[in-house]
Design a binder for this molecule. Structure first.
Ligand code: TXA
Ligand code: MG
Length: 319
């Protein structure tokens, strides 16, 4: 057991990471649970603290394109174009891994997931270290990702020594994950960088492999982002009628509702980017309320709205 502290002390974070301990780090997407990505002991601690199955591989975080190039065998040209356009930013690349990276990071795959996070504190920390940081989202496996330091504490109190507090995450949804296969950009997880941006910048066609069954990537499984209370996604007017006998929590885009027990309107002005940044916090708050059931609406399926719908659909899945 640790006494988990929260602060902005980069020297302390560096010392812990160099001693193979874990530190939660802020990124623009969600908080990560970081350890030395080249050190098997640190990586094993990540799986243990999250209670994460070891067949679910981890993302490496680096501070620059040149750092990334040292950890992979090659960067295909279209991926290089994406890197130039979106670094640092909310996108992760699946690339052939170099032998420096322990198999535990990639769960045995020859490809490593790697990204350059856009957060000043974490970029500064990465520049102080001579290894990449392996970091899954800093939540117990299966729960909603944390978008504030206090959310990390809620899930991992006592399990890690330090949380580096970088304030609320500005994007609020996990990174878009892409690979390059058969001359196409392949999207493995939806995020803030959308299909149109990928197509325009890479000059390639864009395909989707959002398989919810892939055993090598449980982050793609349904029920990955789930709350403790059941979430039902659909037309809110219908759902409110159907569940009128229950204490209802509502998660909506723009509209507010009368006579519901508790609600979160995540972008009254109808801005999908703002909605994404508020989604996980709202899910956590509704989950912590004394409502019996969470009813959520289907968001416009465009841009980051697709990623919002993806997370809600997975949260709604019942095992
Ligand atoms: O925005 C993000 O990506 C955040 C922040 C902390 O960087 N990280 C994050 O990590 O969401 P995590 O572990 O919660 O989700 C990573 C996803 C998982 O679905 C995992 O299965 C997949 O990436 N993944 C990681 N390495 C992979 C690999 N080598 N091949 C295929 N999928 C991989
Ligand atoms: Mg996660």
């Amino acid at each position: 057991m640790f006494k988990t502290e929260i602060g902005k002390d980069l020297i302390k974070a560096k010392a812990l990471l160099e001693a193979s301990e874990l530190v939660a780090i802020p990124t623009e997407t969600v908080y990560g649970l970081a350890g030395n990505g080249l050190n098997a002991v640190s990586i094993a601690k990540i799986y243990e603290a999250k209670n994460r199955p070891q067949f679910n591989p981890l993302i490496l975080h680096v501070s620059s394109i040149s750092q990334m190039e040292k950890l992979v065998k090659e960067v295909p040209d279209p991926i290089h174009k994406l890197l130039l356009a979106f670094s640092p930013g909310p996108i992760t690349y699946l690339l052939p891994k170099s032998d420096l990276i322990p198999d535990l990071v990639t769960a045995g795959s020859h490809r490593v997931a790697i990204r350059i996070p856009d957060h000043p504190l974490t970029l500064e920390l990465l520049n102080m270290l001579d290894f990449p940081l392996a970091a899954p989202s800093a939540n117990p496996s299966g729960y909603v990702s944390p978008v504030e330091a206090s959310h990390v504490l809620d899930g991992l109190n006592g399990k890690i020594p330090y949380i580096l507090d970088g304030g609320p995450c500005k994007v609020g949804l996990e990174s878009t994950i892409v690979g390059y296969e058969n001359n196409s950009i392949v999207v493995h997880r939806l995020g803030a960088i959308d299909e149109q941006q990928l197509k325009e910048v890479s000059g390639c066609s864009v395909e989707f492999k959002l398989s919810h069954q892939s055993p090598t990537a449980p982050g793609q499984m349904k029920s990955h982002y789930t709350t403790h209370k059941p979430i039902i996604v659909g037309d809110l007017d219908d759902l409110i009628d159907r569940y009128s006998s229950k204490k209802i929590a509502i998660l909506s885009f723009q509209r507010s509702f009368n006579r519901v027990f508790v609600q979160r309107v995540i972008s009254p002005s109808g801005n999908l980017i703002e909605a994404a940044s508020n989604l996980f916090k709202a899910m956590r708050e509704l989950d912590a309320s004394t409502a019996e059931i969470i009813l959520a609406e289907v968001f416009p399926n465009e841009g980051i709205g697709r990623a919002i719908n993806d997370r809600l659909q997975r949260a709604a899945h019942v095992n």
